[in-house]
Design a protein around this ligand. Structure first.
Ligand SMILES: NC(=O)c1ccc[n+]([C@@H]2O[C@H](COP(=O)([O-])OP(=O)(O)OC[C@H]3O[C@@H](n4cnc5c(N)ncnc54)[C@H](OP(=O)(O)O)[C@@H]3O)[C@@H](O)[C@H]2O)c1
Length: 300
């Protein structure tokens, strides 16, 4: 009897918020996952990509590209670095994956949409990014599709997880040091846990889904204000203290260099029709996230 060897997955950007969780999740699940970040494999450098092509990092069944330029406001002034990393490099990676016979999952974003819709965006809805970050990510999607139509593009939104900076961490930590909070209440989207997205990516690999664009987000629709309220209330209940009152405000009262879509809810039904289970309710994922934060607080 032959025993199937574990699926080999290269996670690029494994020191980022999603990449760290993804590598851990895949390993825990029995995949042979290897993670690299820009110190080992810089996807904007031809020499690095040549090494990848020559199997210098090993040979893989799948590559998941979590590397990106994610500083949304900074991308307004740093257009070239953001374009190289989000726009150009994914196309080169997609081409190389095709020549190696390796399947590719490339992560993208709800910020490819302008937010003018009133119903959830489908995969084929018209993209119209408002920001430099969104435009570079859309360029990346287009280059991936052009170079490798079998690649999978997973659009996600409002990520949070235990590794790195995220919105609920910022809110909870600001509240804990006594800051008063004011949060926009006229931008609507879907918070997505990096743990839950990692599970979905593992399922996509296990199911060997056909190439194309898929939407993968948490199941609940809310504003940043309601997300901040929920996160701080869950943290307060974990700590046994009174929850804060968060002041709602409008986008115009909280100007940022990069415009954000007002409504960027992504319809996940294509992924679910392909047999991938929806993510957990946000309260469950948030409670797990807050347990991680509590471990950090106890370690200090
Ligand atoms: N965060 C969100 O809310 C969100 C929402 C929707 C979609 N997404 C997408 O989801 C994916 C993962 O996001 P994330 O928040 O986990 O990103 P992240 O935390 O910023 O991680 C990105 C990782 O890529 C690394 N990297 C930077 N330049 C690289 C290069 N040239 N070659 C290889 N690695 C490089 C970064 O290293 P350094 O930090 O040292 O630069 C970092 O470790 C991205 O495609 C992002 O666009 C994110």
């Amino acid at each position: 009897m032959t025993v199937a060897s574990p699926t080999r997955v290269l996670v690029i950007g494994n020191r980022g918020m999603l990449g760290q969780d993804l590598e851990d999740h895949l390993m825990a699940r029995g995949f042979r996952a290897i993670g690299v970040d820009k110190g080992e494999l810089d996807i904007t450098q031809a020499s690095s990509l040549e090494q990848l092509q020559k199997n210098a990092f090993g040979s893989f069944d799948w590559i998941v590209n979590c590397a990106a330029y994610t500083a949304v406001d900074q991308a307004e002034s740093e257009i070239m670095p953001a374009t190289r990393l989000n726009g150009v490099a994914p196309g080169l990676l997609a081409f190389i994956a095709k020549t190696m016979g390796t399947k590719l999952i490339h992560l993208s974003t709800d910020f490819v949409f302008d937010g003018a819709a009133e119903h959830p965006y489908h995969e084929e809805s018209l993209t119209h990014p408002l920001s430099s970050y969104g435009r570079t990510k859309r360029m990346g999607e287009e280059n991936v599709q052009k170079e490798n139509p079998d690649a999978i593009i997973l659009r996600t939104s409002w990520l949070y997880g235990p590794n790195g900076k995220s919105f609920p961490r910022t809110m909870i930590e600001a509240w804990l040091v006594g800051k008063s909070l004011k949060v926009v209440n006229d931008q609507t989207g879907c918070p997505t846990s990096t743990h839950d997205l990692s599970r979905v990516i593992g399922d996509v690999i296990a199911a060997d889904l056909p190439g194309g664009v898929y939407h993968a987000t948490g199941p609940e629709v809310m504003t940043w204000h309601s997300f901040a309220t929920l996160a701080t209330h869950e943290a307060a209940s974990r700590l046994g203290v009174a929850a804060p009152v968060i002041e709602p405000c409008l986008t115009q009262d909280w100007p940022t260099p990069a415009p954000r879509p007002k409504y960027s809810v992504l319809d996940n039904s294509k992924l679910q029709s392909a047999g991938i289970a929806p993510m957990r309710p946000v309260v469950e994922s948030l409670q797990e996230f807050i347990n991680h934060l509590a471990l950090e607080w106890n370690g200090k």
